[in-house]
Write a protein that binds this ligand. Structure first.
Ligand code: C2E
Ligand code: MG
Ligand code: MG
Ligand code: MG
Length: 289
């Protein structure tokens, strides 16, 4: 079935498409309201050092709880916001919120914050760059404590201004991660061409590792490649101890997933950091002089 026929597109039609259109119109309206009423929240999922099992970063993830619709997944509303342009507003909201939060977390632990960026946000590169710098200055978060997560789709059709922006941000110390690695279609050469610092293995691969030895091989191949390119690796979607230890044995440095924690509100994340700090302090106290 054919969707996405453009603004004035007429095309094939079936009843399920009609439902899609209606639902999207409704979601569109609701999303506008949600932004105005502040119904969009930011949750944070810990990213851990797999060896020490300590929190090294927080990935900021948007959450929308609509009074009537309930929880609307970002997988549903982000594509919509990309189409209607609201992604720009949402993007700035999340970045500001995440940097403010991360700046305050620095007093507990020197963690970084990872923020997802949609390719659409980069259509106005200069403006986006300015926004990022402004927010870093305003919140006082050191540039080195921010990681930008982008997907491969950004690298298709990119122009000169994108490269300029990414190099500039890298100079400032901002990290750049390639998200959902392994799910795209482009040639791998982009990994060398763009100033990436991290690679995040998509959870689809981690998920299948237990049942498929070819996925295990894929994951170790990705780890070897990342190492030779000097990229740090984060494994997404770790749900079992088995997966965590396989990754650890294959020198994957970082991981995130339900095994450690689901995405949680900022206040809960603060508690996790404080708990960790307390444990650390009691360990130090227990050590013989
Ligand atoms: P992502 O950036 O790849 O984020 C990781 C997703 O995996 C999150 O889904 C997270 O909740 C989920 N996840 C983490 N660990 C596990 C696990 O162990 N098992 C399973 N089954 N899932 C796990 P979420 O929060 O639903 O977000 C989905 C996608 O929506 C994100 O994928 C990202 O592409 C997009 N997104 C979310 N927040 C933002 C945002 O602020 N801006 C933009 N541009 N995109 C966002
Ligand atoms: Mg991400
Ligand atoms: Mg991902
Ligand atoms: Mg994803």
């Amino acid at each position: 079935r054919v969707k996405d026929m453009g603004r004035n597109g007429f095309g094939f039609y079936d009843s399920s498409m009609n439902l899609d259109v209606e639902r999207n119109l409704m979601l569109n309206m609701r999303l506008h309201q949600a932004i105005q009423q502040g119904d969009i929240e930011v949750y944070y999922q810990p990213i851990l050092d797999l060896k020490s099992r300590k929190i090294v970063a927080a990935e900021a993830l948007m959450r929308w709880f609509d009074p009537e619709l309930g929880f609307v997944s970002p997988e549903d509303f982000i594509p919509l916001a990309e189409k209607n342009g609201l992604i720009h507003k949402l993007g700035v909201m999340v970045l500001l919120e995440a940097c403010t939060q991360a700046a305050s977390w620095q007093k507990i632990s020197p963690i970084t914050v990872a923020v997802n960026f949609s390719s659409v946000q980069f259509r106005h590169c200069e403006q986006l760059q300015e926004t990022i710098v402004d927010i870093l200055l305003k919140t006082g978060l050191p540039a080195s404590q921010l990681d930008m997560e982008v997907t491969e789709s950004l690298l298709i059709d990119q122009g000169h201004s994108l490269m300029k922006m990414l190099s500039y941000l890298k100079q400032l110390g901002v990290g750049l991660s390639i998200d959902d690695f392994g799910t795209g279609y482009s040639a791998l050469s982009y990994l060398q061409k763009f100033p990436f610092s991290k690679l995040k293995i998509d959870r689809a691969f981690i998920n299948k590792m237990a049942t498929s030895s070819s996925d295990e091989s894929l994951v170790s191949a990705i780890l070897a490649m990342a190492k030779s390119l000097g990229l740090k690796v984060v494994a997404e979607g770790i749900e079992t101890e088995q997966q965590a230890s396989f990754l650890q044995e294959h020198n994957c440095e970082f991981g995130q997933g339900y095994l450690f924690s689901r995405p949680i509100p900022a206040a809960e994340f603060t508690k996790l950091l404080l708990d960790e700090q307390r444990k650390q302090e009691s360990l130090v106290l227990k050590q013989p002089a």
